[in-house]
Write a protein that binds this ligand. Structure first.
Ligand SMILES: [Zn+2]
Length: 190
């Protein structure tokens, strides 16, 4: 954690004035809301699809996949890995909100490729306790997509595991490359 003396800090600890990125977001929201009209949408995604993707800032899911507001559920975390909490969201997505398909998206140049499980050890040394979660670092992005597909397909909590497809998004070209769940790296034609 770093602090900057140049940025005034309010008594509650929140940054005030020009320096806060959150203030900028709130300002942008006021502009957004001034032009917003209630689309009258149902909470159930129109395309009945849930997309699980990395939180990477270079991945604009809606633009990259031609998605519109209301089309899909978007579940994102570091790496786009299928953790217990992703299964929790997918279970609610399918059982309460009617989605049937799952799309998994990892990407080139992911930060998790440069981490190892040593990250947990280093954290424990620094703060005195080991985090209960795995870092889910990986070396081979294709293999990690396969493992993520397998975790979804074998989950006992999900209603629909027949349409689960995994991809690697290239942050330089914007293209998706499909991963064959059987391995070998060849993209499945579909
Ligand atoms: Zn990433």
């Amino acid at each position: 954690m770093t602090t900057s003396a140049a940025v005034p800090t309010g008594s509650d600890g929140a940054m005030t004035g020009d320096g806060s990125v959150t203030d900028r977001l709130v300002d942008a929201n006021q502009t957004y809301a001034s032009e917003f009209t209630d689309p009258g949408m149902d909470a159930r995604p129109v395309l009945q699809v849930a997309v699980v993707a990395c939180m990477d800032a270079r991945l604009d899911l809606h633009a990259a996949l031609g998605l519109e507001l209301g089309d899909c559920h978007t579940i994102r975390n570091a790496g786009g890995v299928v953790t217990d909490d992703v299964i929790r969201s997918l279970t609610i997505s399918q059982r309460a909100l009617g989605t049937r398909s799952v799309v998994l998206i990892h990407h080139t140049g992911c930060g998790l490729e440069s981490l190892t499980e040593e990250f947990r050890h280093d954290l424990e040394m620094e703060v005195g306790q080991r985090p209960p979660w795995a870092v889910e670092a990986f070396r081979d992005v294709d293999q990690d997509v396969r493992q993520s597909m397998q975790r979804v397909r074998t989950s006992p909590f999900l209603l629909h595991t027949d349409d689960v497809r995994g991809f690697v998004f290239d942050v330089r070209t914007g293209l998706l490359r499909e991963i064959d769940p059987a391995g070998g790296g060849a993209a499945k034609s579909a």
